[in-house]
Design a protein around this ligand. Structure first.
Ligand code: CLF
Ligand code: SF4
Length: 292
């Protein structure tokens, strides 16, 4: 753990099923309050959830903060092992900051002990990192696929930042700078940052060890190298698949430098339950429409 991490955060981490493999008996609930996104990844198909966390092929419902809170009350009642509430899309948690913030406030008011986790592409982290800390967030996932703007220009079609659409290396550079800035800041304040890296064969795969080195230097707690799942209708639809063997070999190599995640399930933005068994379907329509 980084020096600045509090004892309370360390204890919570031992019950966070993504951060600690042995915490598999605990449940997490994603609240889908963040539909918009502020960048365009070439592997994304907007019909699906944010592919920085999820697999394609499924689309989540979107809830208002109040709707998400009401659903949380229902889920909490049924799942005594619920330990983590995460905002993981279906777009970007920070591109919908007001909604994300409101939902977190409501849940923390009900249960100040609940672990709150968010996942983001990192573009808006310099803006919101401090506020996230004030909100009690101590677990943040940032997707950092490259540290090289040239490669970034092939992964990101555009970046929408402070009222401007930026393309090519210019857009990628702002995104990558903000990701690392946000990561360094959060880590220096004791927040446990997990970095997701989408492994894209022939594009960033060879350079992933460099990314791991760099994010380690910036204070990352662990990395989660995930295979690209080419989403139908996305720019990367025809990209080659990564085999489990290739994926695990890369993870093993990087594990010499930094803790690696091997058990990611590439969950949907409204996943509920233990990582091994998403039971979100049981809670679909668990709140009446006027509460959404
Ligand atoms: Fe959700 Fe992500 Fe928090 Fe976990 S998921 S926001 S860190 S509570 Fe976990 Fe799912 Fe993999 Fe994400 S298994 S996709 S790593
Ligand atoms: Fe899609 Fe997520 Fe990338 Fe946004 S950050 S474009 S939602 S994959």
């Amino acid at each position: 753990f980084p020096e600045e991490t509090s004892l309370d955060t360390m204890l919570k981490t031992t019950k966070h099923p993504c951060y600690s493999e042995c915490a598999h008996e605990y449940a997490r609930m994603h609240i889908p309050v963040a539909p918009k996104c502020n960048i365009s990844c070439n592997y994304c198909n907007r019909k699906y959830d944010c592919l920085n966390e999820s697999r394609p092929g499924v689309t989540s419902e979107v809830l208002t903060p109040e709707g998400a809170y009401n659903k949380y009350l229902v889920v909490k009642e049924k799942l005594p092992n619920l330990k983590v509430i995460g905002v993981a899309g279906p777009g970007d948690a920070l591109a919908n900051f007001e909604e994300t913030k409101k939902a977190i406030e409501l849940i923390r008011e009900d249960d100040p002990e609940m672990t709150i986790c968010i996942s983001t592409n990192g573009l808006m982290l310099p803006e919101y990192a401090e506020e996230l800390i004030q909100l009690g967030v101590r677990h943040v996932t940032i997707t950092i696929n490259t540290i090289n703007p040239k490669i970034g220009a092939s992964i990101y079609k555009w970046v929408y930042y402070k009222g401007k659409v930026l393309v090519g290396e210019e857009g990628a550079k702002i995104l990558l700078d903000n990701q690392l800035k946000g990561l360094s800041y959060l880590s220096s304040k004791g927040v446990l940052c997990k970095v997701n890296i989408v492994m894209i064969k022939g594009l960033n795969d060879e350079y992933i060890p460099e990314v791991v080195d760099k994010v380690k230097e910036c204070g990352a707690f662990m990395t989660n190298i995930m295979p690209l799942i080419p989403a139908e209708g996305s720019e990367f639809e025809d990209m080659p698949l990564v085999s489990n063997k290739e994926l695990d070999e890369l993870r093993d190599r990087c594990s010499l430098d930094l803790k690696q995640m091997y058990h990611c399930k590439q969950c949907r933005a409204d996943a509920i339950g233990q990582l091994s068994q998403d039971i979100s379907i049981e809670f679909r329509d668990s709140i009446s429409e006027d509460q959404e």
